[in-house]
Design a protein around this ligand. Structure first.
Ligand SMILES: [Zn+2]
Length: 249
């Protein structure tokens, strides 16, 4: 894995804007692992994918994550800050050699009288789901290989809602970064709640803001000096800032 350069960030922005988060995550990863085929990246489990994105975020923009949340009880706007290693510590241990194995690992889940075998969800499974209303159930169904009730094979559609719910819980325990929740306590009213942290949305918003700012800088410098885009991007941040100051930006 290699950190993103400003050239990567602009290319990711160009190819991922307007795409689904699943696709945006894959565009980002294709730049972090340029030597690995895309077919391999789509087979990462969602937990592995998110662990890679967290690590890449730390390598590119640093390990500190911060954002604003609104207290649902009193409406206070709170700034949250945490470290990528706080999340990685709770996540699945991950090594690059596991990538190709992830999809082939068969998981077993028992919920009497049902027995289910499944694979952990990957980007392929997420991409196959278009309708958000039934997405969760369809994702579970896509990951299930077979279902037995009292030892007799049955179709996955016959799994009752409570068994599907327990299965979802089993998946998130087996692939912990699938659902990352953070505990928050409001300092004003002491209300405590959990927020879901989604690294794809978070990282994409940063890439989007970064690329838009970079493009504006290129526009201003190219307009003022007539320099080529590539020449401006090859400058150090320090030098680019000095030129911007000289033209009063
Ligand atoms: Zn509050």
């Amino acid at each position: 894995m290699q950190p993103l350069t400003i050239f990567d960030i602009l290319e990711i922005w160009e190819h991922g804007t307007g795409c689904s988060p699943v696709k945006q995550a894959l565009v980002i990863l294709s730049h972090a692992f340029p030597q690995r085929p895309a077919a391999e990246m789509v087979r990462l489990t969602i937990g592995q994918r998110d662990a890679c994105l967290l690590q890449l975020r730390a390598m590119t923009f640093g390990p500190l994550l911060s954002g604003l949340v609104t207290c649902p009880a009193c409406g206070e706007r709170l700034e949250m800050a945490f470290d990528t290693s706080d999340l990685q510590a709770t996540g699945a241990p991950f090594s690059e050699s596991e990538i190709s194995e992830a999809e082939n690992i068969e998981m077993a889940f028992a919920y009497a009288p049902y027995e289910v075998t499944y694979h952990l969800p990957t980007s392929i499974d997420l991409s196959a789901i278009a309708d958000p209303a039934s997405a969760c159930q369809r994702l579970l169904e896509a990951c299930v290989r077979d279902v037995h009730r009292d030892g007799v094979a049955i179709p996955v559609s016959e799994l009752p809602a409570d068994a599907l719910e327990a299965l979802a819980e089993h998946i998130s325990q087996s692939d912990p970064l699938v659902d990352v929740t953070l505990d928050v306590t409001c300092p004003v009213c002491q209300h405590a709640w959990q927020v879901i942290f989604d690294i794809v949305t978070f990282f994409w918003a940063e890439i989007d803001a970064w690329a838009a700012r970079l493009m504006h800088e290129v526009h201003v410098l190219a307009s003022a000096y007539g320099w080529r885009e590539a020449d401006i991007l090859h400058m150090s941040v320090w030098r680019r800032q000095r030129y911007l100051e000289l033209i009063g930006v």
